[in-house]
Write a protein that binds this ligand. Structure first.
Ligand code: NAD
Length: 353
């Protein structure tokens, strides 16, 4: 067998380890930064304040206004706030929403970013920026949004509620599952995807039983890094497309939507490329879609879209939007089959494959 591939890594420095977030100040100095603005959501404002206090003279303030879907008006307010404080970098402390704000600022101003992730979403290691303006969500790819330093410290994920740990972990698995059949996959992304899925498969049930188990938290965060990395390196297909449609047009919550859709989209594609999804079968023990469904159920994941504000009458339009523009997918997509897959996910039914 011959091999031919392109591998493009991203420039971020990855710092991984328990207690590593204590070194944010050292990394600021390494970057030549002296006036950091800490970013957080309103929910994590107190954590942002603690971090800023710990940074002492290296921090100029906290902007606790990050929110879902990276609205442009919030980005503009954060940029104005950073300018008023003469900030020379941002430290994003939080999940994908906070990371998204820092990336949106960097896209416009080139401000250096240190990201300290507290969920498993993976945005911190991708060159992807999703943002909303006037209710429309758009996505772009640019090396400008890749953070300079990412500091993974499992101690900061201990407080991630179990329900969010489950859905965020399944969100991460979705990145890797789709990476396994991406047309631009390569041996490195395959290795990372398989190891990332395995780490999360092992860690999540332990976190459900013992949320304070630091070893499991560390393993889940390691898996999240791998899964986020492949998300940033290869093209995503049906699964991410449908989740983007549901989130963008029907306002369903990000991680829950991924968690619910995962068995259905992967099961659908397994019919076309069972050999590429064999690692999923090996890790979860069964057909890809059904074993992912059983796993999600066993760790208490939500299973039905109908529980998240989507009405059955929305499914026709969702199927229409999700199949409107052609995109790369291992199995040909048509409106009827996507409608039927959405029906299963809406009702929380176990997928056929
Ligand atoms: P989130 O960042 O919106 O966080 C959800 C809530 O949980 C927030 O209130 C947050 O403050 C809180 N939270 C986060 N970590 C916590 C912790 N350890 N303890 C207690 N509370 C905590 O959720 P998310 O799922 O991480 O991110 C979703 C967003 O990220 C979406 O907008 C999605 O589009 C984006 N995203 C982007 C990419 C990309 O590559 N661009 C990748 C994945 C996700």
């Amino acid at each position: 067998m011959t091999m031919k591939f392109l591998y493009q890594g991203n420039a971020a420095r990855i710092v991984f380890g328990l207690g590593a977030s204590a070194d944010v100040g050292r990394w600021l100095v390494e970057l030549g930064c002296k006036r950091a603005l800490v970013l957080s959501t309103p929910h994590q404002a107190a954590d942002g304040e603690v971090l800023a206090k710990r940074l002492g003279g290296l921090a100029v303030g906290v902007f606790p206004g990050a929110t879902m879907h990276t609205p442009v008006e919030v980005t503009e307010r954060a940029i104005a706030h950073a300018a008023a404080l003469d900030a020379d970098c941002v430290v994003s402390l939080g999940g994908g929403s906070t990371t998204g704000l820092g990336k949106a600022m960097a896209y416009r101003t080139d401000i250096p970013q240190i990201v300290v992730p507290t969920t498993y979403a993976g945005s911190e290691v991708t060159p992807i920026l999703g943002q909303t303006e006037g209710g429309i969500k758009t996505t772009l790819r640019s090396p400008k949004v890749v953070p300079e330093v990412v500091i993974y410290d499992a101690a900061l994920t201990i407080g991630l509620p179990v329900a969010m740990s489950v859905t965020s972990g399944l969100n991460a698995i979705a990145h890797s599952a789709e990476a396994l059949y991406a047309s631009d996959r390569n041996p490195i992304t395959n290795m990372m995807a398989v190891d990332g899925i395995r780490a999360l498969k092992e860690a999540l049930p332990i976190i459900v039983d013992k949320p304070q188990d630091m070893e499991a938290r560390e393993k889940a965060l390691y898996g999240a890094w791998l899964c986020g990395t492949v998300l940033g390196q290869v093209a995503m297909s049906l699964h991410h497309k449908i989740c983007h449609t549901l989130g963008g047009s029907f306002d369903t919550p990000h991680a829950e939507t991924h968690a619910i859709m995962l068995p259905h989209t992967i099961g659908f594609n397994a019919a076309a490329v069972p050999e590429l999804l064999q690692p999923v079968s090996d890790i979860f023990g069964g057909t890809p879609g059904q074993s992912l469904y059983d796993f999600a159920k066993s760790i208490g994941s939500p299973l039905a879209l109908r529980d998240f504000g989507l009405s059955e009458s929305d499914l026709d339009r969702a199927a229409e939007i999700a199949t409107r523009n052609p995109y790369d997918n291992p199995r040909p997509i048509d409106r009827d089959s996507i409608r039927s897959l959405l029906q299963d996910a809406w009702g929380g039914r176990r997928p056929p494959l």
